[in-house]
Design a protein around this ligand. Structure first.
Ligand SMILES: [Zn+2]
Length: 275
């Protein structure tokens, strides 16, 4: 399978699929069902399939992955990242850094195999401080079940990397990647901006889950968001930033090829796929 790629200034960003995630329009909040169905081009009883995209950047002698996929923990159509990485000519053991947009299952469970051993034995994990703190703290009495569940899983995902976690704070950077906090989906959900010569690139994470809906209708939320109102504010701010600064974006769930540019369209936004 050929993997999509995009050149941004002096940086080559390679797309690597982890597979396809089955989801549902039942999770959409704030949009009429028929309208949602129309925007995604029709569904089977509301079911639809979204990509789980990861990205590879080779820079300054480093081999950097953006997010780590779902592993085999969610659906049999996922967990393809290590094989697709090998197909791109990179052994998982050669990955030096994994930059995390956030620590949800479809981004972080692929850090380890069934035995809890690391898929990327030499990689350092780069994660925004707030995100690491939130998921690594002990359970709190009134937490939602989904938070407790993902805290337990985060402990497994990060255990083999515990001596190699680089927590980035606001104002810091990693190898040219600057974090832009975009909270709401998770408390420390982070977009990473990379200056690439005369151009700029942004790893967009889960600013949108359903790209056919949420770029043109940014006020539409999904039940996946821990704080949907904050997620809507973050989405509007990040889409605005991507359009204003003409940043090439790579989104974890943006439809193929997963890359492109956000442009203004009336009071809202549209997407121009790259390539
Ligand atoms: Zn996701």
């Amino acid at each position: 399978m050929t993997q999509p790629s995009m050149r941004v200034g002096n940086v080559e960003v390679e797309g690597l699929s982890d597979g396809i995630l089955k989801t549902s329009l039942d999770l959409v909040i704030g949009m009429d069902r028929a309208e949602a169905d129309r925007l995604v081009g029709g569904t089977e009883n509301g079911s639809l399939y979204i990509p789980v995209n990861n990205f590879l950047i080779r820079r300054d002698g480093k081999i950097i992955l953006i997010d780590a996929g779902a592993g085999n923990t969610m659906q049999p159509t996922l967990g393809k990242l290590p094989d697709n990485l090998r197909a791109a000519g990179v052994e998982p053991a050669a990955v030096t850094h994994i930059v995390m947009t956030h620590l949800h299952p479809d981004h972080a469970n692929g850090l380890v195999d069934d035995a809890g051993d690391p898929h990327y034995p030499h990689a350092e994990i780069v994660v925004y401080q707030t995100e690491a703190d939130f998921w690594l703290q002990p359970d709190v009495e009134n937490d939602e079940d989904r938070v407790k569940k993902n805290r337990a899983r985060t402990a497994i995902n990060l255990r083999p990397y515990r001596d190699r976690i680089r927590r980035v704070r606001d104002g810091e950077e990693f190898s040219g990647f600057t974090p832009v906090l975009a909270p709401g989906h998770t408390p420390g959900h982070t977009c990473w901006v990379l200056a690439a010569g005369s151009a700029g690139f942004m790893a967009f994470g889960d600013v949108v889950h359903l790209s056919a809906i949420q770029i043109s209708h940014p006020d539409t939320a999904l039940t996946y968001d821990l704080d949907k109102d904050q997620a809507i504010k973050s989405r509007r701010r990040i889409l605005d930033m991507a359009a204003s600064e003409r940043l090439a974006i790579a989104g974890a769930h943006v439809n193929a090829p997963g890359f492109g540019y956000v442009v203004r369209k009336g009071p809202s936004f549209a997407f121009e796929p790259a390539g």
